[in-house]
Design a protein around this ligand. Structure first.
Ligand code: UT7
Length: 331
């Protein structure tokens, strides 16, 4: 019996309307457009404005669009996995909130963390339920409202992040889809990239709030170094394991954290930038949403049978590379 692959049969993204430009950031912190552009490649990012609007708003819009464009009855969805580090609340999971808003009544739903690698981890997790034969329709959504945990007085982080969501539908295929993944974790990365308070070790108190411990903390340089070596390593590993040469890969799809990281990984893995998906200039780092937002932006250039390698690195540390065969032509 041939192996059942989990094919991506649709992708949809969503970013909120408000655009925070480098120019506007210049009025908020001691920074400038030139520094941000040359050091990160980011020109603008989208921000979800409004009271009581959480990450689910972003996920709902992405999944709503996905159901519509793939002509899928919400009742057929069996599982929804939401990758996020900015859930609406600690529980219930944001995946449940998204499903409830869209009449996805026959699915079980859960969230998955893994920070910037969240979408890759969730994609591989969702794919297993298809490959095992357990489910026929699974939705994986990466969604983050990073503006909810960014300190807009800290110039080292506030210029980097944006809000957004991207969702894919997974269905069985004997020819295309998720073929392999190399996923890694190293908990010794915790000091370099974390959100200290709000969990069980440091629940919210007046002190944690005054200390700014509910915001993202990042020591950029060591994370940069680990990201470059981690991503290029796993890209090479997944290619070697599947006997792939560079020319066999149509697109490298990297997590969008810094244009310089993307270029360095591409160079180390020997990919010309013409075959590397890049949209960091318009969204910044949207954490779990960067990879599906890339697939969404480049969807019209993707053809049935194209080989793609997706790669990410993030808090944890977590990182990985996934090899998949694209399952459909542009409509
Ligand atoms: O997605 C999760 C994983 N995260 C990442 O992959 C991010 C990895 N790290 C990075 O992308 C980069 O390290 C950053 C973009 C965060 C920082 O770039 P960098 O080239 O590593 O700069 P740096 O932190 O070494 O800072 C260089 C200088 C410093 O000034 P001095 O000490 O040389 O006088 C900073 O204070 O740039 C200064 N600086 C800024 N200047 C203007 C830091 N942030 C800013 C800013 N505007 N926004």
């Amino acid at each position: 019996m041939s192996k059942i692959n989990a094919a991506i049969t649709g992708v949809q993204g969503y970013v909120p309307d408000y655009i925070l430009t480098n120019k506007e950031l210049e009025t908020m912190v001691d920074t400038n457009d030139e520094w941000i552009t040359t050091r990160t490649g980011i020109r603008e990012r989208h921000i979800l404005k409004g009271e009581e609007k959480g990450t689910s708003i972003l996920g709902i819009e992405a999944v709503r669009g996905l159901l519509e464009k793939t002509n899928t009855d919400p009742a057929e969805i069996e599982l929804v996995i939401c990758a996020t580090v900015t859930p609406d609340m600690l529980f219930p999971d944001t995946a449940n909130i998204i499903a409830n808003a869209l009449d996805i009544k026959n699915a079980y739903c859960f969230d998955l963390g893994a920070a910037c690698s969240g979408f890759l981890y969730a994609l591989t997790t969702g794919a297993q339920f298809i490959s095992s034969g357990m489910h026929k329709k699974v939705i994986v959504v990466g969604a983050d409202k990073m503006s909810s945990i960014v300190d807009y007085t800290d110039r080292t982080t506030c210029i980097l992040f944006g809000d957004g969501a991207g969702a894919v539908l997974l269905e069985p295929s004997d020819e295309f889809g998720h073929i392999d993944a190399v996923l890694k974790s190293d908990g010794s990365g915790e000091p370099y990239l974390h959100q200290k308070a709000g969990g069980s070790r440091h629940p919210a108190t007046v002190e944690t709030i005054n200390a700014g411990d509910h915001f993202i903390y990042q020591n950029g340089r060591p994370v940069f170094k680990a990201a470059v070596s981690g991503m290029s390593d796993v890209v090479k590993q997944v290619m070697k394991r599947n006997n792939l040469q560079n020319d066999d890969i149509k697109w490298l799809v990297p997590h969008q954290a810094n244009h310089r990281i993307i270029e360095t990984v591409a160079r180390m893995a020997d990919f010309p930038m013409e075959r590397v998906m890049v949209n960091i200039h318009k969204y910044g780092n949207t954490t779990a949403a960067t990879i599906p937002l890339c697939l969404w932006d480049y969807e019209t250039q993707l053809k049935k049978g194209d080989n793609l390698v997706l790669t990410a690195f993030g808090g944890g540390f977590t990182w990985g590379a996934t090899y998949l065969k694209w399952a459909y032509d542009p409509s």
